[in-house]
Design a protein around this ligand. Structure first.
Ligand code: VGL
Ligand code: ZN
Length: 207
């Protein structure tokens, strides 16, 4: 059965010197390129998501009067206040330059609504709006996903959990994930949560 590779937010702002740099975020780019190679050879789809915020996005601490890394409420939902990151059409929002982008078949943009954050590649955090991802996968008759990217404890986690809830069989390429870790064990906990909901953690060799 055909699988899709889902590369989550491999953007400059989540990598070295980026606005919301994930520790060792760059290390996953070569893992992504190896996975891309495998999927390309099999003729399977390769999807990249992009966190794609307007400059007035309310998840940004400066736009909501919060402190970076602290939490508050955004339209009634718990929200962590982030530094300005992944602003549409900026260098920080672009895919990492070492990523082999020619082989990417589909781009999914998320986080464009300034009023709500969107960790998952499927839905906004309030679940009111969805991206085209589920429709696209359904059209392609794809029910199995291999997911990796940044950050383990936010966008990867919520994409995996929504994917499972939508009925996909989900494998997480752990070597291709790194977390923000506001708390030191957040990424570990995120992987545990994903496994408990039915995700399988795999290595590159198992692709
Ligand atoms: C992300 C925080 C804010 C992520 C995006 O890609 O995990 N985290 N925006
Ligand atoms: Zn964001």
């Amino acid at each position: 059965m055909k699988k899709a590779l889902l590369l989550v937010d491999l953007q400059h702002d989540f990598c070295l010197n980026g606005a919301l740099a994930v520790p060792d975020g760059d290390e996953v780019i070569h893992v992504a390129n190896q996975a891309i190679h495998v999927f390309h050879q099999r003729g399977w789809p390769i999807i990249a998501t992009l966190d794609w915020h307007p400059a007035n996005h309310k998840s940004f601490a400066v736009n909501s009067g919060g402190q970076i890394g602290e939490s508050g409420l955004l339209n009634g939902l718990p929200q962590i206040w982030w530094p300005v990151h992944c602003v549409q059409n900026t260098h920080g929002a672009s895919l990492h330059e070492k990523l082999e982008q020619q082989q990417i078949t589909t781009l999914i943009y998320k986080g464009q609504n300034s009023e709500t954050d969107s960790y998952s590649a499927f839905f906004d955090n309030d679940k009111r709006a969805s991206t085209q991802l589920h429709d696209w996968l359904t059209e392609q008759n794809i029910r199995q996903l291999v997911i990796m990217g940044l950050a383990t404890d936010y966008c990867v986690k919520f994409t995996v959990l929504d994917g499972l809830e939508l009925g996909y069989q989900v494998e997480v390429l752990a070597a291709g994930c790194r977390g923000v870790n506001l708390q030191p064990t957040d990424s570990e906990q995120a992987l545990t949560d994903m496994m408990e909901q039915g995700a399988k953690i795999i290595q590159l060799q198992q692709l």
